[in-house]
Ligand binder design. Structure first.
Ligand code: NAI
Ligand code: MG
Length: 394
């Protein structure tokens, strides 16, 4: 069956990297139709909605999306840049990617942080004596994508009913003398079902890809209820996966160990905010934003995207300097999701070959400051990086 993929380039460099990923998918022999869908700042400005209903309809119909990146700006700028005809009519800016995750309940976020041998951006550390070690990082973070600290249940100056409900908790005594107007509350609400889904997804992935450990990275000694629920559910689910060890770490200690022994961790699973923090931490060890890919997976719909944003300072550079690998690796995740393992493997191998050979490098891989002069210093264009990957596919 020929698939239809909803292609959402979005803003800035999203418009650069998304077409590059499609070129690679086509060169690898993946047969699909691509239907363009509108998303991003432009549509906020012109129609007061960064995620138009027609885009939601296309995703609902075709189920699989490739997404580049969007621009979002603070409230003042959002109000000012809205088309004059729409101003003062009650339009409120929402991040379209957060809206998309919530609308389609894309609760499983997968962020692989896997180093390519020879990447000059790989983390290195001092070994014994004067030796330099370059640990092979192969960690995949499973981030609960819809609940927890990102669920958006928060107040400054909480309504009286909220305040009274909270005051049934003995620990609220500490805030007895704080006036509501001087109080800000952000909640961390987690449901057992969502905890089970993210933990099961993590174990299934570990089993499928041969990882021998799954680490729940939380803080149950302090966040006794929410982190506690994650860990107790993990203990139950782990029994179904003999051969995969369940480990647990505290988020703070995990960040300290990031540079000490990152090679020890296979799959890591965490709540929304903690998952965001851990995945950025691990992404930094494997080359940063030019390499960080992700998948947002729900029961019905799945969307694949690099974790970087629209990098507005580079959007006007032509040819473009940005690294398309994060986007191409996100497309690889899409292939894996669709069961196209062989094509996924071929593309990964092609990227690995280009990185190892070290002849073709984008500016970030040369640790250069971005700008139009990077080509004179030997950096390749975004398109040349894609060409090099495609050449290795042949
Ligand atoms: P950003 O990820 O767009 O860029 C930060 C810096 O990282 C860039 O200036 C550049 O130096 C580097 N970079 C990013 N992608 C790269 C690539 N593919 N190759 C090489 N270098 C790369 O984050 P920033 O500057 O904080 O935000 C810019 C805009 O993007 C904002 O409007 C923000 O709201 C939005 N954003 C959107 C995201 C999304 O669409 N999921 C995620 C993060 C930010
Ligand atoms: Mg982040």
């Amino acid at each position: 069956m020929k698939r239809t993929i909803v292609a959402m380039p979005g803003d800035g460099i999203g418009k650069v990297v998304l077409p590059e990923s499609i070129r690679v998918l086509e060169a690898a022999g993946f047969e699909a139709d691509y239907v363009h869908a509108d998303i991003g700042w432009e549509f906020w400005c012109s129609e007061g909605n960064a995620l138009p209903q027609r885009t939601i309809d296309l995703l609902a119909k075709h189920k699989i999306g490739l997404f580049g990146a969007i621009t979002s700006k603070p409230k003042d700028a959002a109000d000012k840049e809205l088309s004059p005809a729409l101003q003062n009519k009650g339009y409120v800016y929402f991040s379209p990617i957060v809206s998309m995750r919530q609308h389609f309940d894309l609760d499983i976020c997968i962020r692989p942080c896997i180093s390519f041998t020879g990447n000059p951006l790989n983390f290195v550390r001092k070994g014994s004596g004067s030796s330099i070690e370059e640990p092979i990082v192969n960690t995949v973070v499973f981030r609960q994508n819809t609940e927890g600290l990102y669920a958006g249940v928060e107040w400054t100056n909480p309504p009286q009913a909220v305040r009274e409900a909270l005051e049934t908790h003995p620990k609220m005594k500490a805030f007895k003398h704080v006036e509501s107007k001087d109080m800000a509350i952000s909640t961390r609400i987690m449901s057992r079902n969502a905890c089970r889904r993210i933990i099961r997804a993590a174990f299934d992935y570990a089993k499928q890809f041969g990882y021998t450990n799954v680490t729940v990275c939380e803080k149950p000694n302090v966040l006794r209820e929410t982190s506690g629920m994650m860990f107790s559910e993990a203990k139950i689910i782990a029994k179904e996966y003999p051969g995969i060890s369940l480990w647990d770490t505290n988020i703070d200690a995990q960040m300290m160990w990031l540079t000490k022994n990152p090679e020890d961790y296979g799959v890591i699973v965490a709540e929304n905010m903690f998952g965001d923090i851990i995945s950025d931490g691990f992404a930094g060890l494997i080359g940063g934003l030019g390499f960080a890919c992700s998948a947002n997976i729900g029961k019905d719909v799945a969307v694949f995207e690099p974790t970087h944003g629209s990098a507005p300072k580079y959007e006007k550079l032509n040819p473009s300097i940005v690294n398309p690998i994060a986007m191409i690796m996100s497309a690889v995740m899409m292939l894996e999701h669709l069961g196209e393992k062989e094509k996924a493997g071929k593309i990964k191998k092609a990227i690995a070959d280009v990185v190892l050979e070290g002849k073709v490098k984008t500016y970030d891989m040369m640790k250069l400051k971005g700008g139009p002069d990077v080509f004179a210093k030997g950096a390749c264009t975004s398109q040349q990086m894609t060409d090099a990957i495609i050449a290795k596919l042949k």
